[in-house]
Design a protein around this ligand. Structure first.
Ligand SMILES: O=C(CO)[C@H](O)[C@H](O)COP(=O)(O)O
Length: 222
């Protein structure tokens, strides 16, 4: 019988444990796959001195399991060794769409100070070209209409999500974009006034992809 999407997520969550560096601060992302990873992580809690989390949701889950969660500003120059997070889509160049769970900005910040980004995803997330999943864009609330118009000018169908981010901002979901050049689009949308960040992780993509498939977990490295 075929494995469910949740079972595939659990498999990659388990496989990600071997990327945890004992004694080093760990970066933890957000989402249902990461929730499963945090559950697995509890078994090696004594090896993780502290975590930096990308959302209130993950912080609560980590703290409930007894992990220490520190603010990124408390971190020294050494940064984070490994950051483990999910994705909504990932392409062959390891560029991703993220932000389905609304934590894109903090995820991008934590990823930016991490040496290795390990992406954990079920097989449905691997695509040839990004864009089937609506692209999330976090915006300052007063800029929502202006940014929506600019996304529509690119050919997207845009929806304002009924959601407020951990940063007190709004999210626009831009559907229907075929993203052939993720780095260029990330740079362009990030340059618009009012955009906090776009959920394209191309300039800082993943380094390792653990993909949950029917044939087991496949590992891809950049
Ligand atoms: O970017 C994210 C949250 O902002 C998640 O990583 C992404 O939405 C994948 O989530 P899930 O593991 O639930 O499929």
């Amino acid at each position: 019988m075929a494995l469910s999407q949740t079972e595939l997520k659990r498999e990659v969550a388990r496989a990600a444990i071997r990327y945890v560096e004992p004694g080093r601060i760990l970066g933890v992302g957000t989402g249902s796959t990461v929730d499963l990873f945090i559950d697995e992580l509890a078994a090696i809690r004594d090896q993780v001195p502290a975590c930096v989390s990308s959302s209130v949701r993950s912080t609560k889950r980590l703290e409930a399991l007894g992990f220490k969660v520190i603010d990124l500003n408390e971190l020294g120059d050494e940064g984070i060794g490994v950051y483990i997070d999910g994705a909504d889509e990932i392409d062959p160049g390891f560029s991703m769409i993220k932000g389905g769970g609304g934590a894109l900005t903090r995820e991008k910040i934590v990823a930016s100070v991490s040496k290795t980004f390990v992406c954990i995803a079920d097989a449905s997330k691997k695509v040839d070209v990004l864009g089937r999943f609506p692209l999330p864009v976090e915006v300052i609330p007063m800029a929502a209409a202006a940014v929506k118009r600019r996304l529509e000018a690119l050919g997207a169908t845009v929806t304002l999500r009924d959601f407020t981010t951990d940063n007190g901002c709004s999210i626009l979901d831009a559907a229907g974009l075929r993203i052939e050049d993720p780095k260029a689009l990330e740079d362009e949308i990030n340059s618009w006034p009012g955009v906090v960040t776009v959920g394209l992780f191309a300039n800082r993509g993943a380094d390792v992809l653990l993909l949950g498939t029917e044939a087991g977990v496949k590992t891809f490295e950049r």
